[in-house]
Design a protein. Structure first.
Length: 367
């Protein structure tokens, strides 16, 4: 099914005579995209868009723990290697996403006996305390994971999402098993500090990022992350940047709040990156159908324009360095059928036909 879906991309032509985003923003913002998990050795219109328009890439899925770290000392590198080969061949900056995340982690890592994983119990948060790994066991496993990645790709990665989505949406504090995360329960409350120190030891020249969502939309979560990062920095934990995922929408997201958020984190003396940007047509659980009318596309374009004006101001202040879109085109966006099954979306700058949307033209108007 997936191969048939991707095959449909190969007959679509991109617009070759339009401005290149990376050239338009050259010398200011790094403009990037996530790369879906298709075979990068087989050209399609999205790989051609990447080569023309972006200077930075991040793997959407193939570098996540569950796809690489298969067991103690056991790694599957094939897809990650293909991603880094593609980046190198096309002179693209590469980011790593990610080291520590409660989603798409490798369940075995939390078990005392890595060969006795009960997936149902794991995902239902029912793993018995006596079956969980000791803190010493998991420390070693996580340190080996970080070291192995850095040993393999050091020099090819400009920044790492060291920890991802560690702040709870319920308690506005570190996630626990109640929030579907085993990390704090098994490694202890200093697991974030450990991960950053291990990453810095393994690749001391790379940018190390703490990444999360809703920081640019929920004031309580924004403050919790700010306080958490401030505390880390006071302990000399080597946090280089805060990543704002940027999964927002054109109906209820507030650009003034986004700008305040960038300035708030930059005031800590770290850089800010927008790491997973898309601008949905919908509020989160709106069940309305997708209507790509001229009016709706114009609304999205106007929102993107104001958003990039904010990004440009923050870049000039030295606060914001990177804007990474989460997806190349509306053809493969993760927002199709999520969070509402059956509901399409069109949150990116290029449409399913590979053509630049009004939002593309709007953001390059005054650059």
């Amino acid at each position: 099914m997936f191969e048939k879906f991707i095959a449909g991309m190969q007959g679509i032509e991109i617009e070759k005579d339009i401005p290149s985003l990376r050239e338009v923003f050259k010398g200011s913002l790094n403009i990037g995209t996530s790369v879906p998990g298709y075979d990068l050795t087989k050209p399609n219109f999205e790989t051609e868009l990447i080569k023309k328009h972006f200077n930075t890439v991040v793997a959407e899925n193939c570098c996540k723990m569950m796809n690489v770290y298969k067991g103690p000392g056991e790694y599957f590198w094939d897809e990650a290697d293909m991603f880094f080969d593609f980046a190198k061949e096309n002179n693209l900056r590469a980011r790593w996403h990610n080291f520590v995340w409660h989603g798409q982690c490798a369940p075995w890592i939390f078990y005392k006996d890595a060969s006795k994983v009960n997936m149902k119990d794991f995902f239902e948060n029912k793993v018995l305390a006596e079956d969980l790994a000791s803190s010493e066991q998991i420390d070693k496993r996580v340190k080996d994971w970080i070291q192995s990645v850095c040993d393999r790709y050091r020099g090819q990665i400009v920044s790492y999402d060291v920890v991802n989505e560690v702040i709870s949406d319920k308690k506005f504090a570190l996630r626990t098993r109640e929030d579907h995360s085993y990390w704090q329960d098994v490694m202890g409350p200093d697991y974030v500090e450990k991960a950053f120190h291990w990453a810095h030891e393994a690749d001391p020249n790379a940018e190390l990022v703490i990444n999360d969502y809703n920081l640019e939309t929920i004031s309580e979560k924004r403050q919790a992350e700010y306080d958490f990062v401030k505390n880390l920095l006071s302990k000399k934990v080597p946090v280089s940047a805060v990543g704002l995922q940027g999964h927002i929408n054109m109906r209820s997201s507030n650009i003034d709040f986004i700008e305040e958020t960038i300035e708030k984190y930059a005031s800590l003396g770290v850089k800010v990156l927008v790491t997973e940007l898309d601008v949905s047509f919908f509020d989160h659980e709106d069940k309305s159908p997708l209507i790509l009318s001229e009016e709706n596309l114009k609304k999205q374009a106007d929102f993107y324009y104001e958003l990039f004006e904010c990004f440009k101001r923050q870049n000039k202040k030295g606060n914001l360095s990177d804007v990474i879109l989460w997806g190349v085109s509306d053809y493969t966006t993760w927002k199709n059928h999520f969070p509402v099954p059956g509901r399409g979306d069109a949150p990116l700058l290029f449409g399913k036909d590979g053509k630049a949307k009004p939002a593309f033209w709007k953001i390059i108007e005054n650059v």
